[in-house]
Design a protein around this ligand. Sequence first.
Ligand SMILES: [Zn+2]
Length: 80
Amino acid sequence: MLRCPLCRSASNTRTSRYISDQTKEAYYQCTNIECSCTFKSVESLDKIISQPTLKAAAKPITVPVTKRRTLGRYGSGFQL
Ligand SMILES: [Zn+2]
């Protein structure tokens, strides 16, 4: 929520929509009945502070299916 740029009162979000995955446009209306200013804002991603580790998701992609098959078929032959 943004404060009214004219009278600094609280404002209500009228509607909002995503312009892109990281940018949102919102329309506001001032709650001060004597002002009733309407305005819009553009909110966008600034920085990702932390994110989930991609280890679990990336592992199946880095290990080729053919390599796993080879290990299963010839695995016992490599043991002394
Ligand atoms: Zn206002």
